[in-house]
Design a protein around this ligand. Structure first.
Ligand code: F0G
Length: 456
């Protein structure tokens, strides 16, 4: 088999800025050793997120020029609506400015005190939007998904038995909907199998509860099904995606991922009454139902992006390039969540730096080293992001200490990825010299964005 290449050629480029190690030492110190506080132009390769960072195609840019900016009934809305309907099969399509706006609207209506929303693993904004209403967000990930070192095909699967037991315990009237996140971002970008989606749907049917998808990375998930699940190897990815959505009564979507745009999202659903309530809230918070917080040109770009993302040469390149990056790290002995997920590589910081305990933030230490050595920006997903304090002010660490290297879509080439792998491998060679950090300032909520650190 020949090398799997980027399925595009480059028409427009954006220079990246090189800095010296001395400059980066100064920049990182100024930023309080928190890469969120570094100016993007001081980053050489930015793997902070795959969200809103995609390179748009020439056709998407053409769509931007062609966007219809009419307040009501814009032509771009109808193109957007028909594309989303083709993929999801859902009756009501409601545009929002990004994923969390869709979550906010949905959970303002179905959430509230005494309610529970199960998911394989809630993403932070989903959890926050649910908990903001007083409801409880519950993670029911299958056991293998919780072990970074176990290789399995569908580590994003929900624990179906646990779901059944959970609904029986809290009462079906207290579970307004069940969610599945595809792919499971917080669990390492791992896919969910069609069988699991079908089995979850059966449980939902038994209790008469709607199933919603958090569909940000639905195309990547559909491609994993094609590659890994028996019976799907010869099916077009569009049909696989259509089957996935056919089991769902609705979805929330951040178009900033698999719709290959810089902003956008939507809510889709089949229930007319729920759609009416969502549209009412949409008008108050986002905008008229045919633009929902977006410009007509954005809707045009989303529609085009949704068509491009289902191209199988694109998906082959996308999934293979993440896997290629993962394989390079694994062959150097670097502990990562295995197998590599769809949109990111997650370094297991506990095994990378066993000499740094969670309360000295091993993930932060790696993130700082990657910036210092190579100008690479990654993000800590461990005790800095999710740590809590007990009543004596002692850190309660989350189960895993991870560093996420998320790969923007169509932005970096194979040599950029080779370079990043070299930087990570270098950090691993020097791991015994890496030191822990302590927090010198933190905000009361979402502290990872603005915290300041000092090396110990
Ligand atoms: N759901 C999942 C699974 C996500 O990964 C995200 C965003 C959202 C919902 C919210 O969408 O940002 O458009 O409001 N994830 C980004 C990330 C921020 O870096 O993983 P949004």
């Amino acid at each position: 088999m020949k090398t799997i290449i980027e399925p595009f050629k480059i028409k427009s480029v954006e220079p990246i800025k090189f800095t010296t190690r001395e400059q980066r030492e100064e920049i990182l110190k100024e930023a309080g050793y928190n890469p969120f506080m570094i100016k993007a132009e001081d980053v050489l390769i930015d793997l902070l997120t795959d969200s809103g960072t995609s390179a748009m195609s020439a056709r998407q840019w053409a769509g931007i020029m062609d966007g219809d900016e009419s307040y009501a009934g814009s032509k771009s809305f109808f193109r957007f609506e028909s594309t989303v309907k083709k993929i999801t099969g859902h009756k009501y399509i409601i545009p929002t400015h990004q994923g969390r706006a869709a979550e906010k609207i949905l959970f303002s209506i179905v959430g509230g005190k005494g309610k529970y929303i199960p998911n394989n693993t809630h993403f932070d904004t989903t959890r926050a939007n649910i908990e903001f209403t007083g409801a409880e967000a519950v993670d029911l990930l299958n056991e293998t998904g919780k072990h970074p070192e176990i290789r399995a095909d569908f580590k994003g699967n929900m624990d179906v038995e646990a779901l059944d037991e959970f609904i029986a315990k809290v009462g079906k009237e207290n579970v307004p909907l069940v969610m599945i996140t595809i792919t499971n971002n917080s669990g390492g970008g791992q896919p969910v199998s069609m069988k699991n989606i079908r089995d979850v749907k059966e449980v939902c049917k038994k209790y008469d509860i709607p199933l919603f998808l958090d569909a940000c990375r639905f195309a990547e998930n559909a491609y994993f099904i094609k590659k890994r699940e028996k019976g799907y190897e010869n099916k077009p990815v569009l049909e696989i995606a259509q089957e996935i959505f056919s089991y769902a009564d609705g979805a929330t979507m951040s178009a900033k991922k698999d719709a290959l745009v810089n902003i956008g999202g939507f809510l889709s659903m089949n229930d007319e009454n729920l759609a009416m309530q969502c549209r009412n809230l949409l008008i108050v918070t986002e905008g008229f139902p045919t633009y929902g917080g977006l410009a007509g040109r954005d809707l045009e770009a989303v529609a085009q992006g949704l068509e491009e993302v289902l191209n199988e040469h694109y998906l082959q390149y996308r999934i293979r390039s993440t896997e290629y990056f993962g394989e390079k790290l694994i062959s150097a002995g670097i502990p990562i969540i295995e197998p590599p997920g769809g949109h990111a590589i997650y370094i297991d910081a506990k095994r990378f730096l066993p000499h740094i305990p969670p309360h000295q933030y091993p993930g932060q230490s790696i993130v700082c080293e990657l910036y210092l050595d190579g100008g690479v920006r990654a993000v800590e997903i461990g005790s800095v992001m999710f740590g809590k304090y007990d009543k004596d002010g002692k850190l309660i660490p989350p189960p895993m200490e991870l560093v996420r290297l998320a790969i923007p879509r169509r932005v970096y080439t194979q040599s950029h990825i080779d370079y990043v792998a070299e930087v990570v491998i270098e950090a691993y060679k020097n791991r015994e010299k890496l030191k822990g950090y302590k927090i010198t300032y933190e905000a009361p909520m979402l502290r990872h964005f603005t915290a300041r650190f000092e090396q110990i």
